[in-house]
Design a protein around this ligand. Structure first.
Ligand code: NDP
Length: 292
């Protein structure tokens, strides 16, 4: 292996420790304990797992967390009434509406309702709009994209002027990552399902972020020698040797790419752990904003 591993698990742990210390310092100074409310609608098993792990992480960081659950049959009004109540609740600094919402609910309207000062997921249209505008700063940056940038910053001392290629243009990962890289003065190419000759485009990347959702799609000979490869993808592939019958792999063929890249994130243990670390960071920031 020639590439150096970017250990997201260790880096995320470090971020979480720093949040914990800041929370303790706040409490010592007589300030309020940060509080995060999660809103889970329906019984999507993956969402239930994500929400549980967010509460566990809050507990470990000394952040209060409040779990709100509504049945899949909840109406748009029910969900909006809950968000409104949480907007007005002073013990809640951050509100996280777990996506996706069940079919029939208007996700955009719900996200729009979240107070911008409590938008720790960073998905409020105002926060995203500010992210896209020069000279404007969002209050919060979406957690996975913020985690991606944090990892890049650990290994690229100067992002400015680098060629960055982002695979994927989703609202939650690809597009905000691309906007963040532009803000860091990289020259950014955004690729998607209609991009022609993807390998040739990817080969230009000093920094490659893959957020596509296709197992092992990026091959070793797509990677520019020495590139920084950040793999956001989480894909299940069958593996009879694994206890659960499957294992998780990224969008990048790790075994091939690690022979060519300068730095590479593993899956699991790369971007994944950073998402929750950034949620805690945003919740702490929300509490600090509320102090003012
Ligand atoms: P989406 O499905 O919303 O977006 C996928 C993007 O990839 C789209 O823009 C799509 O293009 C593009 N795409 C699909 N197929 C191809 C292809 N063959 N060539 C080029 N581009 C392609 O996914 P998400 O952004 O939500 O997630 C991406 C991955 O990241 C998933 O594996 C997901 O599990 C993972 N993820 C990980 C997180 C973490 O914490 N680590 C958090 C969130 C997601 P088009 O727009 O044209 O359809």
């Amino acid at each position: 292996m020639s590439a150096e591993l970017v250990d997201g698990k260790a880096i995320a742990e470090d971020v979480r420790m720093k949040v914990k210390e800041s929370v303790q310092a706040r409490i010592k100074a007589g300030k309020g304990t940060p509080g995060l409310a999660t809103v889970l609608v329906g019984e999507n098993p993956a969402s239930q797992v994500y929400v549980r792990s967010k509460h566990k992480a809050c507990q470990e960081a000394g952040i209060k967390s409040f779990a709100y659950e509504l049945p899949a049959s909840a109406s748009q009004e029910d969900v909006e009434a809950l968000v409104k109540r949480l907007n007005e609740d002073d013990s809640v600094n951050g509100i996280l509406v777990q996506l996706p919402l069940p079919a029939g609910l208007d996700e955009e309207r719900v996200l729009n309702m979240v107070s911008i000062e409590k938008d720790v997921d960073g998905f409020h249209p105002l926060n995203i709009g500010r992210l896209a505008q020069k000279g404007r700063d969002p209050l919060f940056i979406p957690c996975t994209p913020a985690g991606v940038m944090y990892l890049i910053e650990q290994v690229v001392p100067k992002i400015e002027g680098k060629n960055a290629v982002v695979l994927g243009r989703s609202n939650i990962v690809g597009m905000p990552v691309a906007l963040l890289l532009v803000r860091a003065n990289a020259t950014v190419t955004i690729c998607h399902s209609r991009t022609k000759d993807l390998p040739a485009v990817v080969r230009q990347a000093d920094i490659l972020v893959a957020a596509v959702g296709r197992a092992n799609m990026v091959k070793g000979d797509w990677v520019k020698p020495g590139a920084v490869v950040i793999d956001v993808g989480i894909n299940r592939i069958d593996d009879a040797a694994a206890k659960r019958g499957y294992r998780l792999v990224g969008d990048v063929d790790f075994d091939e790419a690690k022979e060519v890249a300068g730095y590479i994130t593993p899956v699991p243990g790369g971007v994944g752990p950073m998402t929750i670390a950034m949620l805690l960071t945003n919740t702490l920031k929300a509490a600090e904003l509320a102090d003012r």
